[in-house]
Design a protein around this ligand. Sequence first.
Ligand code: HSE
Length: 440
Amino acid sequence: MSDALKIGIAGLGTVGSALVRILQDRKEKLAITCSRPITITAVSARDRTRDRGIDMTTTTWFDDPVELAAKADIDVFVELMGGAGDPADAAVRAALSRGLHVVTANKALLARHGVELAKMAEAKGALLNFEAAVAGGIPVIKALRESLTGNTVSRVYGIMNGTCNYILTKMEKEGLSFAECLKEAQRLGYAEADPAFDIEGNDTAHKLSILTTLAFGTQIAADDIYLEGITNISIEDIRAAEDLGYRIKLLGVAQRTDTGIEQRVHPTMVPLESVIAQVDGVTNAVAIESDILGELLMVGPGAGGNATASAVLGDIADIAKSRPGAQDVPVLGRPARELEPYQRARMQSHEGGYFIRMTVEDKTGVFAGIATHMAENRISLESIVQRPKHHVEAAEPKTIILVTHATMEDAVRKAVAAIKLDGYLIGEPQVIRIERPREV
Ligand code: HSE
């Protein structure tokens, strides 16, 4: 059996503690699978005294994770602190500059500095693995980076934030408020340190930017993403969607179009009969559409200690099994210097179906006005319904819901702007995009 693979772990939160526990509990089994033992030589965490239920007595503690990365006697630096800035960034750079392999679950860091870090790793012949950064335990990085080599990807999309999916599912199934569901997700350890990152869509955007690069071979463009979170979604939207045969999910979508690549994160209506509509709770799902394979859909746990630690462990095991000194897989699917510039497709050119919910004054000509503006913008309607179905007094505000056939975002924006000018709208209209999986 070869020498032990010595790892140093920075960050002993939910994921770090789960990883240490698994490495300790399955030590013998892992040594056989990887043909060498994996030993935790050094760790770093903010609080030394916290009881994490794990034995750390034989491990060297570092108060400073950057010092650990720069000085500890290790082969692999495992970064589980999170955050795009320091100390995570400085620590990963310190490790790579020594030629150490790095495993990280840090999507924010990769979204911001991924190309630079990939160049550093490639220059040193080190591996930089980050399976846990996107969709928790689902092996989507490996799928895109290795398994789909040679395929041309046309679209990659998915549910990549467990907190949002948990909230939307719980609102739908239990009729609870958004705030109650968010609190529960935080209690269960799914949410980011700042939950705004989850519910405003930034976490999904970071993950999407990484998938886009792997799928399309372009530079990471985390700032070029159309972004809408779920804070605006009400029970009324969820119920209306259901009545019309849809379910609302927060999707991240990257798609090749004639004018560039669309990257968008927004609440999305997916057909009830699609597989992705059945993905509930903290579960994530990623679909990849490509020319040779067709559609690949992977579903699995997307957040939480064990799911994330499982992906981190897979990355460590890959390093343990790799040939010494060989950098087998380009970090971002192709050598970082070969990545193409990212060309953003304008959101106004996005084509798809739309759900539009409006509260209107109940007066003659409202339906006709709405229909006229739709026609003026060449928008074809799939359905138009007025709610509530039960009798209410005439002249009380009514809800009108439109579902369009595939149309251009620009046309929808123009039609809605014209409807607003007519003066019968009460409050802001709700516009939700519809996404059709290939299967439906
Ligand atoms: N806050 C993230 C989520 C954790 O809810 O999915 C995993 O990235």
